[in-house]
Design a binder for this molecule. Structure first.
Ligand SMILES: *[C@@H]1O[C@H](CO)[C@@H](O)[C@H](O)[C@H]1NC(C)=O
Ligand SMILES: *[C@@H]1O[C@H](CO)[C@@H](O)[C@H](O)[C@H]1NC(C)=O
Ligand SMILES: *[C@@H]1O[C@H](CO)[C@@H](O)[C@H](O)[C@H]1NC(C)=O
Length: 146
């Protein structure tokens, strides 16, 4: 119910920050177009929604699995930090890193203190995006794709 709205807001939030940077990078080279990146995300979203639908009953008190606009979060045990690999379908992510969320003791994904939206830590994924410059990008692609 209320959580659907939160997920939606988070999608927009992420699209407005991480993904804008990603698209910026994608546009900067011609390896993968913005449209291709959106298509990959769309496919991942559908796959996630199918997986969630076909899931057996989720354990009592667990945080619910959900698509946040970038990754498919698994269900989370209460009181635990939950991690998921930075997805390889986001081309410019650091694919060796993980994204994190916290499931609180009530089985609710923890909110960010600043904005009342589901908190997630994508800093490992966005490791190469923060202080972006073209030379650095070439180096990053060189190590990851060649
Ligand atoms: C869990 O729920 C109770 C009752 O609604 C609330 O008082 C408490 O702050 C919640 N705990 C967390 C970690 O959110
Ligand atoms: C969080 O945001 C929702 C919708 O914007 C609002 O109704 C709610 O009061 C907010 N909660 C807190 C704790 O700020
Ligand atoms: C986010 O993750 C990074 C890398 O794992 C870590 O260094 C940092 O402390 C985390 N930030 C928060 C607020 O937990």
């Amino acid at each position: 119910m209320g959580s659907t709205r939160l997920v939606h807001s988070l999608g927009i939030l992420l699209c407005g920050s991480v993904l804008t940077v990603v698209y910026g990078l994608v546009d900067a080279d011609d390896v993968l177009t913005k449209e291709e990146q959106i298509y990959l995300l769309f496919n991942a979203k559908r796959k996630c929604e199918r997986a969630i639908k076909s899931k057996h009953k989720i354990a009592e008190g667990f945080c619910l699995p959900e698509w946040d606009g970038i990754v498919c979060w698994p269900e989370g045990p209460p009181g635990r930090l939950v991690s998921t690999a930075c997805p390889d379908y986001v081309y410019d992510f650091n694919h060796k890193g993980f994204a994190y969320r916290r499931c609180d003791l009530n089985g609710t994904w923890e909110l960010a203190t600043t904005n009342n939206k589901t908190w997630a830590n994508y800093s490992e994924c966005a490791k190469f995006l923060g202080h972006y410059n073209p030379n650095e990008e070439r180096r990053v692609h060189g190590t990851m794709w060649e």
